[in-house]
Design a protein around this ligand. Structure first.
Ligand code: COA
Length: 326
């Protein structure tokens, strides 16, 4: 039988500092009522001195401990992030040093909010091919340093955090059954951070023009997200010959509770089978799925042999899914 990859350990970490909707009411023209009703978010975490690799480190230690794997036993470290410590080197390389890992490779994946599932697909394929045995995959963001704290349409949405998984080679029936990656670059400008790259290298003008913060066409993105995710989840189940009623849990990217509910309704899934943490952490981009996964694992809401569906949508535009037999 061919190789498969299985998640053998999960871990997550969020910074201590809590920023509530009421705190935001004092900064911008918004209300707790508007944010709660339009997004489902009540509060989010904000990194103080910590960097993205610091968040990665804490989440990774917990995932490695849960898997019973030492950093030196990992073949590859992948960090999914769009808010890494610096453009070069990768945050994965900085994490490599902080973890005292040994001969593993290390690189970052950037597919914005879909980043963790893109990373999962890469890791799964390295293991399936037989090239690697153990991979540490982390989704981590310090979004709070890349939002305009005067723009009420974006600053209320995002938060900081990290989640990690250890994937190991297996030959059994359990593990990652399939991963699915998509994008449509025609809508790249729906969500972007235009400054700081080769198109607009940092200058006093790019700073003055606020080009180093997230810009989003929220309403347009919302409509595409709902439509796209509906098709994504039904196609993923169809390809695996699984009925929605056979799913034990959906772990969606946490951008907006209305989007999460719309996808659950499409599958006739009760919200008790849907992982939600957007109320507590906001949109933590590539960290949101691994944080939510770690929570449901530690709360024992999924058990051996359960079917679990992961799905995400984000800048690019990108979208992705994974079906797991736990
Ligand atoms: N507080 C109060 N009012 C606000 C506000 C805030 N924080 N942010 C925006 N508004 C106002 C707008 O100015 C607008 O006012 P107007 O009608 O006078 O122009 C009104 O609320 C409606 O704005 P709109 O952008 O249409 O709201 P919305 O219902 O689409 O909700 C989002 C905004 C961002 C919450 C929602 O569009 C969304 O979640 N989009 C998708 C995000 C996503 O999935 N991203 C992908 C992953 S990152």
């Amino acid at each position: 039988m061919r190789f498969r990859s299985r998640i053998t350990g999960t871990g997550s970490y969020v910074p201590e500092q809590v920023l509530t909707n009421f705190d935001l009411e004092k900064r911008v023209d918004t209300t707790d009522e508007w944010i709660t009703e339009r997004t489902g978010i009540k509060e989010r975490r904000i990194a103080g001195e910590e960097t993205t690799s610091d968040l990665c480190l804490e989440a990774s230690k917990r995932a490695l401990q849960a898997a019973g794997v030492k950093p030196g036993e990992v073949d590859l470290i992948i960090v999914a992030t769009m808010s890494g410590d610096m453009p070069m080197p990768s945050t994965a390389s900085i994490l490599h040093k902080k973890l005292c890992a040994k001969n593993s490779g290390a690189f970052d994946v950037n597919a914005a909010c879909s980043g963790f599932l893109y990373g999962l697909s890469v890791a799964d394929n390295f293991i399936r091919s037989g090239a690697m045995k153990r991979i540490l995959l982390v989704g981590a963001e310090v979004m709070s340093r890349f939002v305009d704290w005067q723009d009420r349409s974006t600053c209320v949405l995002f938060g900081d955090g990290a989640g990690a998984v250890v994937l190991e080679r297996t030959r059994g029936q359990r593990g990652i059954l399939s991963t699915h990656l998509y994008s449509d670059g025609n809508m790249w400008d729906y969500i972007c951070l235009p400054g700081g790259g080769a198109s607009h290298p940092p200058t006093a003008k790019t700073v003055k023009d606020k080009m180093h913060v997230v810009k989003m066409k929220g309403n347009e993105t919302f409509k595409v997200a709902v439509r796209t995710l509906e098709k994504l989840v039904t196609d993923t189940l169809k390809e695996n010959n699984i009925r929605p009623s056979e799913l034990a849990m959906i772990i969606p990217h946490q951008a907006n509770l209305r989007i999460i509910k719309a996808t659950a309704e499409r599958l006739h899934m009760p919200m008790s089978k849907v992982a939600v943490n957007v109320d507590r952490y906001g949109n933590t981009s590539s960290a949101s799925i691994p944080i939510a996964l770690d929570e449901v694992v530690r709360e024992e809401r999924i058990k051996k042999d359960d079917y679990v569906l992961l799905e995400a949508f984000g800048a690019g535009l990108t979208w992705a899914s994974a079906l797991i037999k736990w």
